[in-house]
Design a protein around this ligand. Structure first.
Ligand code: KG4
Ligand code: ZN
Length: 329
């Protein structure tokens, strides 16, 4: 079966074509550059970029896969969560294609799609239950996944998402947007303990807004003394990354033990982080398996949407009707 995936929840316009779970094409066009000067995604700009680009991105995905639209069997699209205007572009585009081609469509939860990333091209690895972890620019959530239609939330951030805090700290430190890759690059393990920053943890819930403020205050304090330089900056962001990621890791391990999970599945933009990947993989012992979104599928893309859409349609006989509405949250 050929599935078209469509993703427009934030600043990436993406279309992908899968043959069952095999990715034939995954074309993503980001409006990132247009948001750079604002230090974060501007919803109106993202929505207009989707409108302008979605035709082009679909044509490129179809050409790269060598599959014409008439050959498609299913259309999968992100319908929640995300920027509502941005979601509406992708969802209406999917509905129109579904009507024009007389093919079914299915709305997919973007967060659950992030958890499908490790199973693209490798569907045999998919086994339930697992502890699902999404760490992205908009969300930081831990789930018990008994199946993709049986997902229970176990913990989440009570304020900022992890990626959002990377972006905000990077903005305060003039490291550009998005901040995650810049801080990842600056991270030096020998500086991880130089500053003792702490994140909030309440049971399996997390809080990152305090550490963000602490980083900004510390910079101002050091600057006032005239001592701020590139080495101090590196020490500060290394200590920040260490604390933020170790807090998530310890919460994941606590949830794994509490719910007796043997498999941990992680997706979302922050999962591209080198330190996080290495640390999580080091927890693969005593029968514990860790599945990380491959680097190319960790951020927002349509292949993960197509993969989960195909799974839900094929295995669970699910599909959507034309009444389906975009949901911001
Ligand atoms: O999943 P994603 O592409 O979009 C959302 O659904 O939010 O995640 C984007 C987030 C951004 O906050 C970005 O700074 C962060 O992922 N990110 C990283 C890295 N690469 C991207 N954070 C830490 N380390 C990275 N290497
Ligand atoms: Zn995402």
């Amino acid at each position: 079966m050929y599935t078209l995936g469509i993703e427009t929840s934030c600043d990436e316009t993406s279309c992908a074509i899968l043959k069952d779970y095999q990715v034939l094409s995954n074309v993503t066009l980001s409006s990132l550059k247009e948001h750079k000067k604002y230090g974060g995604v501007v919803p109106e700009i993202a929505t207009r970029a989707h409108l302008k680009n979605i035709d082009k991105v679909l044509a490129a995905a179809s050409e790269e896969a060598g599959i014409s639209l008439e050959k498609l069997d299913l259309i999968a699209v992100t319908y929640k969560p995300g920027l509502v205007g941005a979601l509406v572009v992708g969802l209406n585009f999917a509905k129109a294609l579904s009507l024009a081609l007389a093919k079914p469509f299915i709305g997919v939860n973007h967060l659950h799609a992030h958890l499908f990333a490790p199973f693209l091209n490798y569907p045999k690895k998919l086994k339930f239950p697992f502890l699902g972890v999404v760490i992205s620019g908009g969300h930081t959530e831990i789930y018990q996944v008994n199946d993709f239609d049986k997902i229970k939330i176990l913990g989440q951030t009570r304020d900022d998402a992890c990626g959002e805090v990377f972006d905000k700290v990077a903005k305060a430190y003039n490291l550009g947007y998005p901040g995650g890759p810049a801080i990842d690059k600056l991270f030096k393990a020998e500086y991880k303990d130089d500053f003792k920053f702490k994140c909030g943890k309440i049971g399996l819930d997390l809080s990152f807004s305090g550490i963000k403020t602490a980083l900004i205050y510390k910079k101002n304090e050091i600057e006032k003394k005239g001592l701020f330089n590139s080495k101090i900056k590196r020490k500060l962001v290394s200590s920040f990354q260490y604390s933020a990621l170790e807090t998530i890791i310890s919460t994941i391990l606590e949830a794994k033990n509490k719910f007796g999970m043997k498999r941990i599945v992680c997706g979302g933009g922050v999962v591209a982080n080198k330190y996080l990947r290495k640390r999580l993989k080091s927890e693969e012992k005593g029968g514990i398996k860790v599945f990380l979104a491959p680097f190319e599928y960790s951020g927002d893309n349509a292949a993960i949407v197509a993969g989960l859409g195909f799974y839900l349609y094929n295995k669970k006989r699910k599909k959507s009707t034309i009444e389906l509405k975009a949901q911001a949250n």
